[in-house]
Design a protein around this ligand. Structure first.
Ligand SMILES: Cc1ncc(COP(=O)(O)O)c(C=O)c1O
Length: 368
């Protein structure tokens, strides 16, 4: 048996009729950049996230960067986030001219440790970006309380957490802004690059609308220097089709995760993912921890199971951030995760027999 890490083809096959129809509608109206399909998706996605507004942008990176810019983050400022994320989280701060500052993560949920957050706050802190890693939100109540005490904005990196909930609140609805990626492999994926910002703040919405469109509030009248970060009409039309099934596909991911965890319960060499007490997890990634991870991954690949690593090097130890002066040992939990994380195949269309094969293969591939 062969098990791919992700299978987008099987995901799109049952939607083919609706997707072709969506393409036809966009083509017939030539609404390619921005336009009615983007506006419709923005309304639908805001409703899904329980926010007043959603703004389509070019990628998750754009969403993070433009949110920070709209909040006024700039040179001399600090933005606190966690080091075991995709590079884009920290890049967004750097693109504003600010300095990313890291705090370690909780060893159970791998999301920002609120206790360490408070000590990292300085007079320069302008924003906090908790990362909702692998599909569950960070522990938002203590993070929001600390942010409120210090008058600091919270921007949620919800790029891996479409539909996740914390105490019944949706990812992207708790901070001043929520940032989503619709990269094709995400729980809600486009047919290329796309992203969105969710917010209840009309002022932030207006600022992002201007920034994503070359700083123009009216055509060819530029009040500020912006960028081209608009969402394509085609991507919005595709996302509208797929959003309708997101709750169903997220439930399928949760069921797969449950089966993985049951089958791995008797294997002490594998640390299974834990779901935070208040969380509804959407399992963008089912990440376990094992010793000799690289060798285990190779052995599994040789036996037909493709896994992935999210992420092999934590951001504070990336070459690009050497100038920040962090060293191995700065964030022990994130660093241990980077050595041990192994992402098992996860997509809604996985079959129980494939999950059993993945687990058997993992057990056979472990070292004593
Ligand atoms: C946690 C996280 N933040 C930010 C991003 C950036 O999103 P995009 O690739 O759409 O720019 C990603 C995407 O991989 C992500 O997983």
């Amino acid at each position: 048996m062969q098990v791919p890490f992700i299978d987008l083809r099987s995901h799109h096959e049952p939607l083919m009729g609706e997707l072709v129809d969506a393409f036809r509608q966009v083509t017939e109206t030539s609404a390619f950049a921005g336009g009615p399909f983007v506006a419709r998706f923005e309304n639908e996605f805001a409703a899904f996230c329980h926010t007043r507004h959603a703004l389509g942008v070019g990628s998750g990176t754009d969403a993070l960067w433009l949110s920070l810019l709209a909040l006024g983050v700039g040179p001399g400022d600090e933005v606190i986030t966690s080091p075991n994320s995709f590079m884009a989280t920290a890049e967004a701060a750097s693109l504003c001219g600010a300095k990313p500052v890291f705090v370690d993560v909780d060893p159970d949920t791998y999301t920002m440790d609120p206790e360490q957050l408070e000590t990292a706050i300085t007079l320069r802190t302008q924003a906090i970006i908790p990362v909702h890693l692998f599909g569950q939100t960070a522990d938002m109540d203590p993070i929001m309380a600390i942010a409120r005490r210090h008058g600091t904005a919270v921007v949620e990196d919800a790029c891996q957490a479409h539909g996740a909930e914390y105490k019944g609140r949706k990812a992207g609805s708790m901070g001043v802004a929520g940032c989503f990626s619709f990269y094709p492999g995400k729980n809600l994926g486009a047919f290329g690059e796309a992203g969105a910002i969710t917010t209840d703040e009309s002022d932030l919405r207006t600022k992002v609308q201007v920034l994503r469109d070359h700083g123009q509030a009216a055509k060819y009248f530029h009040s500020t220097i912006g960028w081209n970060a608009r969402m394509d009409g085609i991507q919005a039309a595709v996302l509208s089709v797929k959003l309708r099934r997101l709750d169903v596909t997220n439930s399928a991911r949760r069921a797969h995760a449950k089966l993985y965890s049951e089958l791995l319960a008797d294997e002490p060499r594998v640390i299974r993912p834990k779901t935070g007490r208040h969380n509804l997890h959407v399992f963008h990634i089912y990440g376990v921890r094992v010793k000799n991870r690289d060798e285990v991954l190779q052995r599994m690949a040789a036996r037909g199971v493709n896994c992935a690593i999210h992420y092999p090097v934590p951001i504070h130890l990336q070459k690009a951030y050497a100038f920040l002066g962090y060293k191995p040992g700065s964030f022990p939990v994130a660093e241990q995760c980077a050595h041990e994380f192994l992402s098992l195949p996860m997509y809604p269309e996985l079959k129980p027999e494939q999950i059993r094969f993945v687990v058997d293969t993992l057990k056979e591939s472990l070292f004593n």
